[in-house]
Ligand binder design. Structure first.
Ligand code: UT7
Length: 321
């Protein structure tokens, strides 16, 4: 039997400062009503001056390690999905290694925008299966408040900051729980639908997030639908087998669309977009952390995760808890 990857630790971190829709409406031509009805978002957490992808990711990682009953000395690899690193290099993952006091193992960042956590989870699973790592910290950490254009009401109201982490742990013991499969996709020909105009390699550009919201919405509904089908078909499972949908949290209308397709009642879909807004690569591990800690996700449950983001990148992961 192939080595399995168990999800053994969960942690999240949200900055203290909460910004409501009304607060945004006081300085932008928008309204709480527009934001809530079009997106499901009521508020978002926004990083303070000392919150960075590294500091937030490290805190989420500490909480995930504590949940797992492991210490940083037990970790072989740190993989961080982020589009908002503190520096071009060292990687956020390596900075987090240092924050955790890790001298062993390796770390690197992975850029897949809002799909970053699914891509990082898949990469960690491959390291575990190949025997290159036993315990891996998989982190999504983002400060989109530093890349959105705060004068563009079409994008700035959609995002929030935060970090989430999962400890993935390899085992050779027979059993059915763990990550069953992951499915990754990207299509660069749609890269201009959602992108950041600039980075350290292009300082001549503004460095702001740009999005053709309606087009991304259309892609999200179609691609996430086919992605959940792909995950279930790969494991010979059906919609009725899914206990929980833990989707990337971009827009409640997209989330509900996928939930409906699966024929899942709303209370079986983990939703945080109302309080967190879109935290990109952090949104799925933050949602997992919440639903595991409050007892919604139980041992034996089949959990389906899916995400789509700039790239376009998209994918899904299926796990038995
Ligand atoms: O995580 C990565 C993946 N990202 C996504 O999945 C996001 C996908 N897209 C979406 O969620 C939606 O397209 C949005 C929430 C971004 C926009 O919703 P929409 O229903 O597609 O609205 P729209 O862009 O078609 O805009 C409708 C109207 C426009 O006005 P006109 O042209 O009809 O007069 C916009 O100018 O709403 C206007 N508008 C706003 N009005 C008030 C756009 N943003 C705002 C705003 N407040 N914040």
């Amino acid at each position: 039997m192939a080595r399995r990857s168990l999800l053994v630790g969960f942690g999240g971190f949200l900055p203290d400062r909460v910004v409501t829709n009304d607060e945004l409406a006081a300085r932008l031509e928008t309204s709480d009503e527009w934001i809530r009805t079009r997106t499901g978002i009521s508020q978002r957490h926004i990083a303070g001056p000392n919150d960075t992808a590294t500091s937030m990711g490290a805190e989420a990682a500490r909480r995930a390690l504590e949940y797992a009953g492991l210490t940083a000395d037990d970790i072989d690899a740190v993989i961080v999905g982020t589009s908002t690193p503190d520096q071009a290099f060292p990687a956020t993952a390596v900075r987090i290694q240092a924050e955790l006091g890790m001298k062993q193992g390796f770390g690197f960042d992975l850029a897949a925008a809002c799909s970053g956590f699914i891509f990082a989870l898949s990469t960690a699973h491959a390291f575990i299966r190949s025997g290159q790592a036993r315990n891996v910290l998989v982190i999504g950490s983002e400060v989109y408040s530093r890349i959105v254009d705060w004068s563009d009401r079409g994008t700035c109201v959609l995002f929030g900051d935060g970090a989430g982490a999962v400890v993935l742990s390899g085992t050779d013991e027979p059993g059915t729980e763990g990550l069953l499969s992951t499915h990754l996709h990207s299509d660069g020909s749609a890269g201009d639908l959602l992108y950041v105009d600039g980075a350290v390699g292009r300082r001549d550009m503004s460095g702001h997030l740009k999005m053709s919201g309606r087009d991304v919405f259309r892609h999200a509904v179609a691609k996430l639908s086919s992605s959940v089908d792909e995950a279930l078909q790969a494991e010979g499972l059906e919609y009725k087998d899914v206990s929980w949908l833990v989707p990337h949290q971009a827009n409640i209308r997209i989330i509900e669309g996928v939930g409906k397709k699966l024929n899942l009642p709303a209370e079986r879909v983990v939703v945080t977009v109302d309080r967190h807004a879109n935290t990109s690569a952090a949104s799925i591990p933050l949602a997992l952390d919440e639903a595991v800690r409050d007892g919604r996700i139980q041992k034996g449950d089949l959990v389906l995760m899916e995400a789509l983001g700039g790239g376009l990148t998209w994918g899904s992961a299926l796990a038995r808890f």
